[in-house]
Design a protein around this ligand. Structure first.
Ligand SMILES: [Zn+2]
Length: 289
């Protein structure tokens, strides 16, 4: 083995070790630091974009499953699907803002539900809204797997249809699922308040969701007690239904641990079938049995 070959092997090994042990803790700590320093929404968006690029770079160079590397065509198709879902999400949010949220805000004011602990340190507030949001999301997610009509109507099957996962899959949802995904946040906001920490909460949720879908070797031992790691979430994407009916917390695993749906096991194949359906079939999923 030449000196050059052994040096690049050492470099790859070292990078794998750093990513395995440190990537998720560093990104979580950075999200909480931004919360602590009251960073602006623009800074959070910049941070999420940088984190996504770094994760994608590692997925290309040191993937956990090399067979999950996407071709340029597969990436382009996924990007179009994600863009479509994002546009639908924005539209649905506007619809909710003008109707349901307006009504809920009026109710909240009338009932004086002013219980948010705004005197707490910012990091504690972020962790509180993070776990409260995930509590509601956990039950929606569990219900969507349990009840056939919700599984179909929400199009959640489209999110599960992918055979190759990567960080980008965190936002690969059916456009109609926005109707359901936006609601938990509104319910938590209505009951607890805490919208002021919204921007800080976005970073923590986004980086954890991207990592939970990432094709990287990550350590679950420490952060995995509270945060969802990709070992747990990829298991939720398993093709085996009994395995898929576990680990419903997309970013916070603590509710699965408490409500008995936590599972720590290896995953063979992901998806809902041996072959990934085409995007047309995915878009039609809410309308077909
Ligand atoms: Zn699911």
């Amino acid at each position: 083995m030449s000196v050059e070959t052994s040096f690049s092997a050492l470099l790859i090994h070292g990078t794998r070790q750093i990513v395995y042990w440190a990537l998720q803790p560093i990104l979580i700590a950075a999200s909480l630091y931004l919360a602590h320093t009251n960073a602006s929404l623009d800074t959070h968006i910049l941070f999420i974009t940088a984190a996504f690029c770094i994760i994608t770079l590692f997925e290309i160079t040191i993937p956990a499953r090399p067979e999950w590397r996407k071709s340029a065509g597969e990436t382009a198709a996924l990007l179009v699907f994600v863009f479509l879902a994002g546009a639908a999400y924005a539209l649905i949010e506007t619809l909710y803002e003008a109707s349901l949220f307006k009504w809920m805000a009026g109710l909240s004011e009338a009932w004086r539900l002013d219980i948010w602990p705004s005197q707490w340190p910012k990091i504690a507030q972020v962790l509180l809204i993070f776990s409260a949001f995930e509590f509601v999301n956990y039950w929606y997610h569990r219900a969507s797997h349990r009840w056939g009509w919700l599984w179909r109507l929400s199009g959640h099957s489209a999110h599960h249809a992918f055979k190759k996962l990567s960080g980008l899959n965190a936002v690969a949802n059916h456009p109609l699922e926005g109707f359901f995904l936006i609601l938990p946040r509104a319910i938590v906001g209505f009951l607890l308040g805490g919208e002021a920490v919204g921007a800080a909460f976005i970073s923590l949720t986004a980086v954890t969701a991207i990592l939970a879908h990432s094709n990287l070797h990550l350590n679950s031992a420490l952060v995995g007690w509270f945060f969802t790691t990709n070992r747990y979430h990829i298991h939720h994407h398993s093709q085996v239904i009994s395995e898929s009916n576990t680990n419903y917390g997309c970013v916070c695993i603590v509710w699965d641990r408490l409500f008995g749906t936590f599972k720590d096991a290896d995953t063979k194949d992901t998806g809902i079938d041996d072959v990934q359906p085409d995007y047309r079939a995915m878009l039609l999923m809410p309308f077909k049995r």
